[in-house]
Design a protein around this ligand. Sequence first.
Ligand code: DOR
Ligand code: ZN
Length: 356
Amino acid sequence: MLKLPGLIDPHVHVREPGATHKEDWDTATSAALAGGFTTILAMPNTTPPIFDRDTLDLGLASAKSKARCDYAHFLGAGPNNANWDEHPDIPPRAAGLKMYLDSTFGELRLDDMTLWMEHFINFPKHLPIVLHAESRTMAAAILMADIYDRPIHIAHISLKEEILVIKAAKERGIKVTCEVAPHHLILCDSCHLSLGREGRSEVRPRLTTQADVDALWDNLDVIDVFATDHAPHTLEEKDSDNSPPGFPGLETALPLLLTEVDNGRLSIEDIIAKMYINPKKIFNIPEQKETWIEVDENATYEIRAAEQFTKCGWTPFEGTQVKGRVTRVVLRGQDVYKDGKVLAEKGFGLNIRESK
Ligand code: DOR
Ligand code: ZN
């Protein structure tokens, strides 16, 4: 039996409010516990998006009544809410600010760089800013972090050019950190045939070439965090003509990465650093007392969507053989998951920004 700290996933799309047929605070946090995560940070691209006092209260109300693990909620950066300095009480109640600079449709996408500047200036410097920024947009965002001398965290990097630019920026002392999703380490753009229908391989950032995947593995030390980007859509939606991008990931991340430990490509220390120590530091996550997870590192089995707690009903890793199973999760002294059963009640989870 392997004992690890309660893991932190700083990138989860909970879908509540607005799309609870895909996921909600109950199922997302059940999936989190089953995957070994005791803290999740929720993304703001819900319906409505979470971007001000009223919408943050709305998102947090659902979380408070339903969450089974600890959590915080991101605010979204929009075209009309960069006046954070006028509402200083709001940012500290959130996980941080999420800025969508690429590949997202709707109200939260910011194309105009003058808007980026306003958010960089006005959002408190000691609170995290996370960016969905791909390729050249990412390089522009890193320049802005340098100009305003504030830390930024780049979500789900996937390309060779991205990891090499981040490496160079870190060497220059620019305060940039980054995360990689397990699917970008394990799948590539020619793997989609094995996923079945075309729509099931839709994800943003897209799956990449094998050369990109290799570059991520070659630069593991540049990757600060493994984050799932758990983005559930139902199987019916994925197999429709207009497949929405996104993969579920909470329940597969740790088994997939433990399998890479077994393959000799990762160490347990990498997992602890990138799924606990580094996210805890980057996102100012308080210590959870008497909290750990237990893993049977020799359990070998195939991933099955039918056994998962997520509502979405599918996984891109269906049938994948993995080695390593979460057998027990203890959160604040209580058994919250054991042998396939979620034991935490709805509402047991705490908002980490309120309970400090
Ligand atoms: O694949 C993705 N799904 N990428 C995103 O940026 C958004 C996410 C979602 O919310 O479904
Ligand atoms: Zn995301």
